[in-house]
Design a protein around this ligand. Structure first.
Ligand code: NAD
Length: 500
C-alpha cells in the first residue's frame, strides 16, 4: 500500500499524527493509498518552514522569481502526461480531461511568469514642491490554500502560482481524496528552483484546516470547496484577522432560446453536464429551454446521447465519463436522484443502477447519466448542488421567466445562454446575477489573465482568483511620499498637508 505524507521544508515529511485517510482508485473501488492526516503540530511545522523561508524569498529579485516559474512551466510540460494519469487514477476523471486540469493550472503559472509586470507600482512625479509619490506591491508573508477534490492540479496552481511569484511563501492543504498530484507539484517546484520552505504541502482534514485558520503567522487564506465549508473558512479566517477568499458550490443554468443552434446546444449540454461525471463547479447541470416545443426537441436529442455515453475506467482510452470520486459521494448523488423522483420530476433516464461491465471494475464508483425533465424551481433537488452526472430540465414559457431562474437561485457561479439573438444575449449578460457568463459557450471558465469568481453563495470575500485580482489578493500596497529637500526649513505644520 502506498503512503502519502506531507512536503515540508523541501522534503517529504512522514505523517506522525497516527491518523490516515483512504485514497481510493474510483475505477476499481479499492483503497490504493493511505494519506497522512496532519495534526496541529504538523501544520505548525509547515507554517514555521514557510515563515523561515519568507524573508529571503520576498527579497529575491522579481526577475529571479519569474525564472523559477518559467522552469516550473517547462517541468509541467515534461511531466504533464504522467501528472494526468496520476490525477485520473485518484479522481476518476478520464486522462484527457485530467490533462486539461493540469493545463489550466499551467496557464496560471505562465501568467505568473509575467510577475515583473504585474508587480509594478505607480509613480507620480513632483506632486508638490520637490515631492514624489509612488506605490509598490509587497508580498503578505506566509499564505495558505485549501483546495477541493475536483481539480487537484488546477486549483492549487491558481493559488500557489500567483502567491509564490508575488514573493509569499505557501502552505497548501489539498483535498485528502486525491493528494498525490499536489505532492508531485511541490516536488517539481523544488526542482524548478523554489527554495526549501517556499511551497509546503500539509495533507489532512478539518484538524489541519483549523490549524491553518487559527495560526497567527498566516496572513491570507484562499479556499475553494463546498459552500458550507467556504462560509466556515471565511468566518473563522477573518475572525482570526486574515484576508480570506472562499469560493463555494454552484448550480449553473444553461438558458436556451428557440433560435439557438440545436446541434451546438446538444453537444454543449452533453459535455458540460456529464464531463468529469458532473463534478465541476462550472458544469451546466440545469437546462432551461424556452417553449414546450423546444424542450421536447432537446429531450429527444439528449436521450440517445446520454444512453450512448462511453462510461468506464478513467485510465482506459476512448472513455467519455469515468466514475465518481468516492462511493460516499456517488451515494449522495444517487440520493438526489431518489429525491427528484419523489418530488415529481420526470426521470427520463435513470443511471442509478449502472455498474461497469469491464472485468475488474465492477465495484468502481460508477453511475450512468441521469436525465430529468419537468423539474420545477420549488424542488429541493433543483435548489441544491448535486455534483454528479444528473442533468435537470426546467421548462420556461418565456425568455424573462428563464432569465430570472439563475438570478433567483442561491448560487451564482456560472451560466450560459444559447441563442442567435444578440439583443437577448446582451440583456442576459448584463442583468443576470451570476459571476461568470457564457454566450454560446458551455463552460465559461475565464482564462488565467482574467479572473475567476462567482456571486452570492458561490463566493465569500470580494477578491477573485488569478488574473490581476489574484495579484491583488496576495499583495499589499505600500505608498511612499518622498521629498529630498535642499535646505528647506518650513517650521512645524499643525494642519493636514494640502496643495492649496
Ligand atoms: P469540500 O468543501 O468537502 O472540501 C474542500 C476542502 O475543505 C478540502 O480540502 C477538505 O479537506 C476541507 N474540508 C472538508 N470538510 C471540512 C470541515 N468540516 N472543516 C474544515 N475543512 C473541511 O469540497 P469538495 O467535495 O472537495 O469539492 C467539491 C465542492 O467544491 C463543490 O461544492 C464544488 O462546487 C466546489 N468547487 C467550487 C469551485 C469554485 O470556484 N466556486 C471550484 C471547484 C469546486
Amino acid at each position: 500500500m502506498r503512503d502519502v505524507h506531507h512536503f515540508i521544508n523541501g522534503a517529504v515529511a512522514e505523517g506522525k499524527s497516527g491518523r490516515t485517510g483512504d485514497v481510493f482508485n474510483p475505477s476499481t473501488g479499492e483503497v490504493q493509498a493511505k494519506v497522512a492526516l496532519a495534526n496541529t503540530d504538523e501544520a505548525a511545522a509547515a507554517v514555521a518552514a514557510a515563515e523561515a523561508a519568507f524573508p529571503e524569498w520576498a527579497s529575491t529579485s522579481v526577475v529571479k522569481r519569474s525564472r523559477v516559474m518559467f522552469n516550473f512551466v517547462n517541468l509541467l510540460k515534461t511531466h504533464q502526461r504522467e501528472l494526468a494519469r496520476l490525477l485520473a487514477s485518484e479522481h476518476g476523471k478520464v486522462v484527457d480531461d485530467a490533462f486539461g486540469d493540469v493545463q489550466r493550472g499551467l496557464d496560471v503559472i505562465e501568467f505568473a511568469c509575467g510577475i515583473p509586470h504585474l508587480m509594478k507600482g505607480e509613480y507620480s512625479d513632483n506632486v508638490a514642491g520637490g515631492i514624489d509619490l509612488y506605490s509598490m506591491r509587497k508580498p503578505l508573508g506566509v499564505v495558505a490554500g485549501i483546495t477541493p477534490f475536483n481539480f487537484p492540479a488546477m486549483i492549487p496552481m491558481w493559488m500557489f502560482g500567483v502567491a509564490i511569484a508575488c514573493g509569499n511563501t505557501f502552505v497548501l492543504k489539498p483535498s485528502e481524496k486525491d493528494p498525490s498530484v499536489p505532492m508531485r507539484l511541490a516536488e517539481l517546484m523544488k526542482e524548478a528552483g523554489a527554495p526549501d520552505g517556499v511551497l509546503n504541502v500539509v495533507n489532512g482534514d478539518k484538524e489541519a484546516v483549523d490549524a491553518i485558520l487559527e495560526h497567527p503567522s498566516i496572513k491570507a487564506v484562499s479556499f475553494v470547496g463546498s459552500t458550507a465549508i467556504a462560509k466556515y473558512v471565511y468566518a473563522t479566517g477573518t475572525a482570526h484577522g486574515k484576508r480570506v477568499q472562499a469560493m463555494g458550490g454552484a448550480k449553473n443554468h444553461m438558458v436556451i432560446l428557440p433560435d439557438a443552434d440545436l446541434d451546438l446546444v446538444t453537444d454543449a449540454l452533453i459535455g458540460s453536464a456529464y464531463g468529469s461525471a458532473g463534478e465541476r463547479c462550472m458544469a451546466n447541470p440545469v437546462a432551461v429551454p424556452v417553449g414546450a416545443g423546444l424542450a421536447d426537441e432537446i429531450v429527444a436529442r439528449l436521450k440517445p446521447r446520454v444512453e450512448e455515453l462511453k462510461i468506464g475506467p478513467s485510465l482506459d482510452s476512448g472513455i467519455e465519463m469515468g466514475p465518481l470520486v468516492t462511493a460516499e459521494h456517488r451515494n449522495k448523488v444517487k440520493s438526489y436522484v431518489d429525491m427528484g423522483v419523489e418530488e415529481g420530476a420526470e426521470l427520463v433516464l435513470d443511471g442509478r443502477d449502472f455498474s461497469c461491465p469491464v472485468q475488474g471494475y465492477e465495484s468502481g464508483f460508477f453511475m450512468g447519466g441521469c436525465l430529468f425533465d419537468k423539474v420545477t424551481p420549488d424542488m429541493q433537488s433543483y435548489q441544491d448542488e448535486i455534483f454528479g452526472p444528473v442533468l435537470q430540465i426546467v421548462r420556461a414559457e418565456s425568455f424573462e421567466e428563464a432569465a430570472a431562474l439563475p438570478t433567483k437561485h442561491r448560487y451564482g457561479n456560472g451560466t450560459s445562454i444559447f441563442t442567435r439573438d444578440g439583443d437577448a444575449a446582451r440583456e442576459y449578460v448584463n442583468n443576470v446575477e451570476v459571476g461568470m457568463v457564457g454566450v454560446n459557450v458551455p463552460i465559461p471558465v475565464p482564462l488565467s489573465f482574467h479572473t475567476f469568481g462567482g456571486w452570492k453563495d458561490s463566493a465569500f470575500g470580494d477578491i477573485n482568483q488569478h488574473g490581476e485580482a489574484g495579484v491583488r489578493f496576495f499583495t499589499k500596497t505600500k505608498t511612499v511620499t518622498s521629498r529630498w529637500p535642499k535646505g528647506i526649513r518650513e517650521g512645524a505644520e499643525f494642519t493636514i498637508p494640502t496643495l492649496n
